[in-house]
Design a protein. Structure first.
Length: 352
């Protein structure tokens, strides 16, 4: 990996991955971050690397075929890590079309560009020969598997059964990636992660939302009875897992990534209140989300046994670090919740 295209790198997981990979991969020549900077994209997340000579930022849409083609031609990427996606379930219920076009058509646009530029005989529809060392990695989610009962875990062979427009759009994208491998021989991998938490997460998600509201003594909205169970993965563990798949993953394979930390939502809310010294009377139960999956759990066996990766964080240490990060960065939280962070791009790039 010498020239890396990261899509959605100004988002929560993408920005953590960019910081991680620039720190760990000293032989990396170029990392280009393509991001449309929608409401969840925040270039402030990349302040620590903005002066790294290997880092480039381009504001743009992954659905823009002309732009994507231009970037591949200009920078000659050998690796793509595709984070860019609409990802909030509640928003997908209100605006499913945005999720379908971004998550599926955007993925296909990237795959087409990679296939054209990496295939050794791109005009021959039967050619399955590619430049050595190229790799396309699709960052997906455990939500493509649907929901579990009280027992069991998702494996890579669990049937796909999405229950929301968001997870359906991610499932569609995964299947397009698989098809490009099966039909054209494109070197791909798909990773499916459990719920991430950590620094730079947009405060519409459970953990940062609860921290933000609790600090201000605002009600903490909890869906239904709060007993929805998720497997929580620290974002830095997720980044190390992706790097491991890029280095060691077998072409065409899917790898599940989980944190081995099953927790009910209400348990996390109460833990945050206790850490902040706030009363449980702030908890407000609200009507449950339509189609809300009851339980997710990831089986890590494949990536652990075949590639040697394992999560480093326990939830107990990870949540303490995360709460501390949000307490230590009140300015970041204020700019994100007020929308002021969106001016950062204009201030940093529009005058250049």
């Amino acid at each position: 990996m010498k020239k890396l295209l990261v899509t959605g790198g100004a988002g929560f997981i993408g920005s953590n991955f960019i910081q991680y990979i620039l720190d760990k991969q000293q032989d990396l020549v170029l990392l280009l971050d393509l991001d449309l900077l929608t409401y969840a994209g925040n270039l402030e997340n990349l302040e620590p690397v903005k002066d790294d000579p290997r880092y480039r930022f381009v504001k743009g849409d992954i659905r823009d075929k002309t732009l994507v083609e231009k970037l591949f031609a200009e920078y000659d990427f050998d690796t793509v890590v595709h984070f860019a996606a609409e990802s909030h379930v509640d928003r997908s219920i209100l605006e499913p079309e945005v999720f379908l076009t971004t998550n599926i058509i955007g993925t296909q646009t990237l795959l087409d560009a990679a296939k054209r530029h990496w295939n050794l005989d791109p005009d021959n529809k039967h050619s399955r020969e590619y430049r050595p060392g190229v790799r396309y990695l699709q960052v997906s989610t455990d939500e493509v598997y649907g929901a579990l009962g009280k027992t069991g875990m998702f494996t890579e062979t669990t049937p796909l059964a999405p229950n929301s427009p968001y997870s359906a759009s991610k499932t569609g994208a995964d299947l397009i990636v698989r098809a490009y491998h099966q039909t054209y021989g494109l070197p791909v991998n798909i990773t499916r992660c459990s719920n991430n938490y950590g620094p730079y997460q947009f405060p519409e998600k459970l953990i940062p939302l609860m921290i933000h509201n609790a600090r201000q003594d605002k009600p903490l909205p909890v869906y239904g009875d709060g007993m929805q169970i998720r497997d929580w993965l620290h974002v830095k563990d997720h980044c190390s897992a992706i790097a491991t798949v890029l280095e060691k993953g077998k072409t065409g394979e899917v790898y599940n990534i989980g944190g081995n930390n099953e927790k009910a939502n209400i348990e996390i809310v109460r833990l945050i209140l206790e850490a902040l010294g706030k009363p449980e009377s702030l908890i407000t139960y609200v009507q449950d989300r339509p189609g809300h999956d009851r339980r997710y759990a990831i089986d890590n066996t494949k990536i652990t046994t075949e590639l040697g990766w394992a999560p480093a964080y326990t939830f107990e240490e990870g949540i303490k670090e995360t709460i501390r990060w949000y307490l230590d960065h009140p300015g970041w939280v204020e700019r994100v919740t007020s929308g002021a962070y969106q001016r950062y791009y204009q201030e940093m790039y529009q005058q250049q």
